[in-house]
Ligand binder design. Structure first.
Ligand code: BG6
Length: 504
């Protein structure tokens, strides 16, 4: 086996205790595209105990071998170059499959017996992680089944944790209901609501940049910051997920979770320590301070992509995608103007946008600072003078850049804007671990810092309630050609403030 495969990965913490991860909805895309590759990587870097096991459950009839074969195929597709037969052999020996209907009590008694037998045969130690990656409509039945069968119970030597994939509810009411259903069977510290953005190194780097450097924090407020722009742009369309997307739309798919998390990390106060409660407490305070949206589309714009060109290729419009209604008014683009009404951010607009079929994939936060109070170079021509902008690039080309003014070489005193650039990938020798890998490991180690707390999920829905209500009553939606930065209405949102969106 290649040496590199078994090198210790010292960016990540210690190896967790033995456990079994039970995945509900295991025949779905997430298991083969994200979960198994992430677990495989952890196995390859020796972060998983030898006894660790995965048990997949879904309604499809499949043997253990067939399930392993399906996962292997997915892995080879996603890890074609790094696939190691030896790592797979030992990792896959701990993968099992149980066909079962999650609405049937029998499924849970069979699962409980199977897990007990695994404990005896493999020494999995009695600790369980239940990963709900099935259709959200099944979450309540699964939670009940686990509770009724006694599998949510813990004892001194073993734990029981439950992971809930997004979307966490569809609105505030359903998120509350879901929270109370889960909390009737599991304590809050057993519940891990996952948002894979929090597992991204560069998302965590927002906190590192802000709270490990003395020079930014004094400027990080309404005295110096003019406005902030957050972009979560994707060049891809909805692909094979048309049916899901028709239900979700960009607001529920990206804004409620990923984008709001990025907003929280950008705007929050420094936590006292980097522990779960301190960090999440500060994020919740931001959500509480976000001003409710006024009625109308003045502060919230949506759009849907029509036919167009992305990277030189002609692509279909959203309404032509599989499993999408030909007259759909589902939004594939959202632009928002928000205010965080607290001492630090009073009056500073946070413009945020998220969209599919944009010209390129780009997630970034741009902090635009106020201009200098006076320009001494006026007579020498200050045309080149631009306010400073700090850009935190989350993906791709992960890094940080600061736009500063510098003297243009020559006998005059002309100022030009230049970028000071840190490329994350070249600054460190280590490669960033995958977001899911990081989160799964934290989950096994019992660290919920990078997971969403109940009040966070609800707080984020609360902000968007009025927007969702207004949009649900609309029968039309502004269109934008695929491969552009959204509808004209999004530009107008900033133009009325004398500003414009960045073109990353
Ligand atoms: C998922 C959304 O949560 O995030 C997808 O459901 C989206 O629609 C994806 O494409 C984006 O994630 P990433 O890591 O590629 O930015």
């Amino acid at each position: 086996m290649p040496e590199a495969f078994f090198q210790e990965d010292d960016r990540l913490p210690q190896t967790p205790e033995p456990s079994t991860m039970v995945i509900f909805g295991a025949s779905g895309d997430l298991t083969s595209r994200k979960l198994i590759p992430a677990l495989y990587d952890l196995a390859a870097s020796r972060r998983l105990p030898m006894e660790f096991a995965v048990v997949g459950i879904s309604r499809t009839e499949m043997s253990h071998e067939e399930f392993r074969g399906k996962l292997r195929k997915g892995l080879e597709e996603h890890r074609s170059e790094e696939f190691s037969e030896d790592v797979w052999k030992s990792f896959s020996a701990g993968i099992f499959y149980l066909p079962g209907d999650s609405k049937e009590p029998r499924t849970y008694s069979e699962l409980r017996d199977f897990l007990r037998s695994l404990d005896e045969e493999r020494g999995t130690g009695g600790s369980r992680i239940f990963y709900l990656s099935s259709s959200p409509s099944l979450f309540p039945a699964i939670v009940d089944g686990l509770g009724e069968s006694g599998m949510s119970a813990e004892d001194e030597s073993s734990y029981s944790r439950i992971v809930i994939e997004k979307p966490f509810g569809r609105d505030l009411a359903s998120a509350r209901e879901l929270n109370s259903e889960i909390q009737s069977r599991f304590r809050e510290d057993q519940i891990y609501r996952i948002d894979h953005y929090l597992g991204k190194e560069t998302v965590q780097n927002i906190m590192a940049l802000r709270f490990s450097n003395g020079i930014f924090e004094p400027l990080w407020n309404q005295n110096y910051v003019d406005y902030v722009q957050i972009t979560v742009a994707e060049d891809i369309g909805v692909g094979t997920r048309g049916a899901f997307y028709e239900e979700a739309g960009a607001l529920r798919d990206i804004v409620q979770n990923h984008l709001m998390q990025v907003l929280c990390l950008t705007a929050m106060e420094p936590p006292v320590t980097f522990d779960a409660d301190s960090v999440r407490e500060e994020k919740v305070k931001v959500l509480k301070a976000v001003r409710p949206f006024p009625e109308g589309e003045e502060y919230a714009v949506r759009g849907q992509y029509g036919r167009g060109w992305v990277w030189g290729e002609e692509v279909e419009g959203y309404r032509e995608e599989d499993e999408v209604a030909p007259d759909s008014v589902t939004e594939t683009f959202v632009a928002l103007k928000m205010f965080v009404d607290n001492w630090r951010w009073a009056g500073v607009p946070f413009y945020a946008r998220a969209g599919k079929r944009m010209p390129k994939k780009s997630t970034e936060i741009a902090v635009h600072f106020k201009p200098t109070p006076h320009t001494p170079f006026a007579r020498a021509g200050d045309d080149g003078m631009e306010p400073n902008v700090l850009v935190i690039r989350i993906q791709p080309e992960e890094g940080v850049s600061l736009k500063i003014g510098a003297k243009v070489p020559g006998s005059g005193f002309e100022i030009g804007a230049v970028n000071m650039d840190l490329l994350y990938g070249t600054a460190f020798l280590e490669e960033a671990p995958d977001a899911y890998g990081r989160l799964l490991l934290d989950l096994m180690l019992g660290d919920p810092t990078l997971f969403i707390r109940a009040d966070e999920a609800e707080g984020s829905w609360r902000i968007l309630e009025s927007v969702m209500k207004a949009w649900s009553e609309k029968e039309e939606i502004p269109l934008y050609p695929a491969g552009t930065w959204g509808p004209e209405e999004a530009d107008a949102l900033l133009e009325s403030d004398g500003r414009e969106w960045r073109r990353p």
